[in-house]
Design a protein around this ligand. Structure first.
Ligand SMILES: N[C@@H](CCC(=O)N[C@@H](CS)C(=O)NCC(=O)O)C(=O)O
Length: 209
């Protein structure tokens, strides 16, 4: 049984989607970041970076922050969504790191400057939109000859997908990235993804292009 501390954001949804896909029993605890609940001392004990998501594995009382680490931990625990074969496992790790180091931080800046503070910093908007389009281009190229980023559906796809689900916030037209669109729609149809998307509460239907 896992305790999941989360909110309705891309990083939070990665963890709940993985838990649903892996069929690991869990209890979701809402940490409302719009009310600064991520700074509460009891949350800081398990997430010293004051960010969601974080988990506690009740089996061994092990706590973990950082969504990439959480995905790897859960996949390894369940023995699914992370291949045993060394090279295949590192292919998944490669794309997971690509998401953690690029997609998350860069698209996060697009949300900040383009969606929430439009007009305040034109250079930042230009820079992060350019980087967003570059990243969408990289993903599109990869998916042109791969069904999923690392061949088989894995935690790498689960890490990227919730960020792409905010394509409208990012002013991205998915028709310009047809392979990303095909991949996005296929994953959006998975029942576990639909359940995980609504954790810790339903905010909206999954955006469809
Ligand atoms: N690298 C971290 C980033 C987590 C993160 O940025 N979480 C956001 C929500 S998506 C958050 O908790 N923000 C609260 C804050 O900025 O104080 C991860 O992947 O887990």
């Amino acid at each position: 049984m896992i305790d999941l501390y989360t909110w309705t954001t891309p990083n939070g949804r990665k963890a709940s989607i993985a838990l649903e896909e892996l069929q690991i029993p869990y209890t979701a605890h809402a940490v409302d970041i719009s009310k600064d609940e991520q700074f509460k001392p009891e949350f800081l004990k398990i997430s010293s970076n004051n960010r969601i998501p974080a988990i506690v594995d009740r089996e061994n009382n092990f706590s973990l922050m950082e969504s990439g680490a959480i995905l790897l931990y859960l996949a390894e625990k369940a023995g699914k969504l992370l291949p045993q074969d060394r090279q295949k496992r590192f292919r998944v790790t490669e794309w997971l790191m690509w998401q953690m180091g690029g997609v998350g931080p860069m698209l996060g800046q697009v949300h900040h400057f383009v969606k929430y503070n439009s007009g305040k910093a034109p250079y930042a908007e230009e820079r992060y939109l350019k980087e967003a389009n570059r990243l969408y281009g990289v993903l599109d190229k990869r998916l042109a000859d791969h069904e999923f980023v690392a061949d088989e559906y894995s935690v790498a796809d689960i890490s990227i997908w919730p960020w792409i689900s905010r394509f409208d916030w990012q002013t991205i037209n998915l028709d310009q990235y047809p392979n990303v669109k095909r991949w996005y729609v296929a994953i959006a149809k998975r029942p576990a993804v639909q359940r995980g998307y609504d954790v810790p509460k339903k905010t909206n239907e999954i955006p469809m292009p």
